[in-house]
Design a protein around this ligand. Structure first.
Ligand code: SF4
Ligand code: SF4
Length: 428
């Protein structure tokens, strides 16, 4: 679909501003009632999903012809967290603001309105197959010394996909190695794509570069087919959401079960193949990564058009799937943490489909650092308000952004990955 295909949807925005806040029905306090980081940070309507939807309408109807840097800033200064999509559902089933904003991004890129920081990422990606522009040859340094199959030479049931952040941020190597070891000790047959491993293409897509996503989706589908793997497992929520939600939208279904490591742990714990014996007496809270939660909901491609089906009714034909965010992964990481003896899990006010973003997504971390850091610190305040000693999450991008923001703010709080808790509870 292209931007103009959304004309009916964008012309039916109610201007209700529900996309800015946690729905009243679940709102718990004035302190944490905001839902959209972008409008909460800028406090100017254009920076809300509703504002961008109006921009899209103006472009489609030919009233907005001049694409300026300010327009690009408004469109891209957003974490693509999808909270607006869930909130818009409160009263409006005919509008998908997250899809509109995605098409708006692609439209601006196709019309030469580029974000310089994003362009650097894309150049690096084209050169080295990773979003940091680091040498491709360094991609597998995280697994040096680890006994693991290479699916290019041996069959494995599970293809482990680490993701660019894990491969190039040394702070997460230990986590990825622990994840592989935990799975192997539970009897899981794991392999990696070795020298063929590459980016998932999801961040490029969110920056408006759809072609990159298509290329990486096709390459991964080919590798999976050749490998005979039945499962694709990743510790990265960003990659998980890309495989589950974005690949189908660009026409690439993967012929495997897609699982986050926390889903694998949950399954293996319930089967008795992972035993969590060591007590961790700690009060913790869990942060839902957007692309594991509401944006990890399986994507259902839709090709159709809005037609007059009754004299008074215009409707999508065939019927368009409604995205509520409910199909994301919310309980498995929580169940894993709750299975650890001594752990007390407390919820933040905004959780599951209403979770506040970490600030790292949608190219914000790369181009709009102030929004990204502010968003992370808001979440840390919310985590602290629960009385939790630490926050646990399930994505290296969230962890990176939280840890950097905490450091910048002078420390005082810690963020961990689910894998670190599982390893510790297994006895190190
Ligand atoms: S995706 Fe997130 S940051 Fe962007 S408009 Fe929607 S709620 Fe706001
Ligand atoms: S995008 Fe949705 S929630 Fe936001 S103003 Fe329009 S109809 Fe309301």
């Amino acid at each position: 679909m292209s931007l103009s295909d959304y004309h009916y949807e964008v012309s039916h925005c109610h201007r209700c501003s529900y996309c800015k806040f946690v729905p009243f029905q679940v709102m718990k306090s004035r302190r944490f009632f905001q839902g959209c980081p972008s409008i909460a940070f800028r406090n100017f309507h254009s920076y809300a999903a509703g504002g961008r939807v109006i921009l899209a309408l103006s472009i489609i109807e030919g009233r907005l012809k001049e694409y300026t840097e300010t327009l690009a800033k408004i469109v891209f200064e957003c974490t693509m967290c999808g909270a607006c999509q869930v909130q818009c559902r409160t009263y409006n089933y005919n509008l998908n603001p997250i899809e509109v904003m995605q098409e708006l991004r692609t439209h601006l890129i196709e019309n030469g309105q580029l974000i310089p920081e994003h362009l650097m990422v894309i150049d690096g990606l084209k050169r080295e197959d990773n979003v940091f522009g680091e040498p491709k040859a360094d991609r597998n340094r995280w697994l040096e010394g680890l006994e693991i199959k290479d699916i290019n030479t041996e069959k494995a049931d599970v293809l482990f996909h680490p993701g660019c952040r894990t491969c190039y941020d040394e702070e997460f190597w230990d986590n990825a190695r622990a994840a592989v070891t935990i799975l192997q000790n539970a009897g899981v047959d794991v392999g990696t794509a070795g020298k063929e491993d590459s980016c998932c293409g999801g961040r490029a897509y969110e920056m408006g570069y759809k072609g990159e996503l298509v290329n990486y989706a096709e390459a991964l589908a080919g590798r999976i087919k050749a490998s005979g793997a039945t499962k694709l497992v990743t510790p990265c929520a960003d990659c998980y959401g890309t495989f589950k939600a974005y690949f189908p939208i660009v026409g690439q279904e993967l012929d495997v079960e897609i699982l986050h490591t926390s889903e694998m742990y949950d399954r293996l714990i319930k089967e008795g193949r992972i035993k969590l014996k060591k007590e961790i007496p700690m009060k913790i809270t869990y942060h839902d990564p957007c692309k594991l939660g509401r944006r990890g909901e399986p994507g259902i491609p839709w090709e159709g058009e809005y037609k007059r089906v009754e004299p008074h009714i215009f409707a999508p034909v065939p019927e368009k799937p409604v995205k509520l965010g409910l199909g994301g992964c919310y309980e498995p990481p929580r169940d894993v943490l709750k299975a650890i003896p001594g752990v007390e899990l407390v919820e933040m006010e905004r959780n599951r489909i209403h979770s506040w973003c970490c600030g790292a997504g949608g190219g914000a971390m790369e181009a709009f650092e102030d929004l990204s850091t502010w968003t992370a610190l808001e979440r840390i305040e919310e985590a602290k308000s629960t009385g939790a000693e630490v926050m646990v999450t399930a994505c290296p991008w969230c962890e990176r952004n939280f840890r950097d923001a905490i450091k910048e703010a002078g420390g005082g709080f810690e963020v961990f990955d689910v894998t670190e808790f599982v390893r510790e509870a297994m006895g190190g």
